[in-house]
Design a protein around this ligand. Structure first.
Ligand code: UDP
Length: 331
């Protein structure tokens, strides 16, 4: 199979590339390296079944050419990370809405199956825990930058489902819940790499708010397994699936766990949301997926628990610190 992965140099996209190459398939990556990194795909560069194009999905001729060459498309290119979204809402909206428009309209010309990566952010302020795919999405006010991400991804979902209903373009929507693992950067706000890097360098671990908000963290390898299976399943077309773990932990507890697992002397500090993001910032207090639909469809069941996840992230960042140290010593 020939697979196009937009955002393939990103954290999840690069692991998805690994999975398809390991299966013996051919992978085409399109990434503008805005939040992705060449480092994530460097190890694949010499594989004859791996091809990459450093460009934006907004570049229609380039994207069209790639769409022509492949059998299926994963659309992962998007502005991600709450910090980035709050700081650059224009870029978020334009990247997420226009990018998906381009990919879906080009895919439609050749009727190539598309899996669109969406996010648990779309549940917004919903309190219907655990979140089900057919539950209501509760958007916050438009003067809060954060919700532009939820809204832009909800539009992506509407568009993907509309292409299926109206034009019979096979599409699948996946809502990803706090995916974590090696290669994820803390640069755009993600909590686990941020805490791990803080702990490893003995800097304060910054818990935003009172730390009582909770999340469920899912290992990227488990998520990628689900994406591959959903793409292979013709009955998944036209459907929305939550993909994530339902092992819940508060962010305060997570900070303690990271500190313990790294044997760090870092202090755990509490930073008000207004200071961490912007004035009036609204967080989601709890975010737990109902994963019965994806479990029924493809037998999805996360294999890696939080301890295993943390170990993989700590190993990755310890290695990275050692590499950076070596590089600076050589300068
Ligand atoms: N968070 C935190 N400290 C940080 C980064 C994030 O306490 O340095 C919190 C954040 O406010 C949220 C949770 O950790 O409640 C998860 O944040 P992340 O950005 O990883 O993902 P989200 O679930 O918000 O999309």
């Amino acid at each position: 199979m020939r697979v196009l992965i937009t955002g393939g140099a990103g954290f999840i996209g690069s692991h998805l590339s690994d999975a398809y190459l390991q299966r013996g398939d051919e992978v085409f990556v399109l990434d503008d390296l805005s939040t992705g990194s060449f480092e994530n795909i460097r190890h694949l560069k010499d594989n004859p079944r791996f091809h990459y194009t450093i460009d934006s999905v907004h570049n229609q001729p380039v994207t069209a050419e790639l769409v022509d060459q492949v059998d299926v498309i994963f659309h992962l290119a998007a502005a991600v990370g709450v910090k980035l979204i709050v700081e650059s809402p224009v870029r978020t909206i334009e990247t997420n809405v226009h990018g998906t428009e381009v990919v879906l309209s080009l895919a439609n010309k050749k009727k190539k199956k598309v899996l669109v990566a969406s996010t648990s952010e779309v549940y917004g302020l919903s309190t219907q825990i655990p979140f089900r795919e057919d539950g209501n999405l509760v958007m916050g006010a438009t003067n809060k930058g954060r919700w532009s991400y939820a809204c832009s991804k909800a539009i992506d979902e509407f568009l993907a489902l509309a292409y299926w209903r109206e034009k019979k373009l096979p599409t699948i929507v996946v809502r990803l819940f706090n995916t974590v693992g090696p290669r994820q950067t803390g640069q755009y706000g993600m909590v686990i790499p941020t805490f791990v890097k803080q702990a490893l360098s003995e800097r304060p671990i910054t818990v935003f708010g009172d730390g009582k908000q909770s999340r469920c963290f899912c290992y990227v390898g488990d998520v990628v397994g689900a994406l591959v299976k959903l793409m292979d399943d013709d009955k998944a077309v036209g459907e929305v699936f939550n993909v994530g773990s339902n092992q819940e932990i508060s962010i305060g507890e997570l900070a303690k766990k990271v500190k313990e697992s790294t044997n760090s002397n870092s202090e755990i500090v509490f930073v008000p949301y207004d200071e961490a993001y912007e004035e009036g910032f609204e967080d989601m207090p709890r975010r737990i997926p109902d994963t019965s639909k994806v479990n029924k469809q493809v037998g999805f069941q996360p294999q890696m628990n939080l301890d295993g996840i943390l170990k993989s992230v700590i190993d990755f960042h310890s290695g990275q610190q050692a590499r950076e140290y070596k590089a600076s010593a050589a300068d």
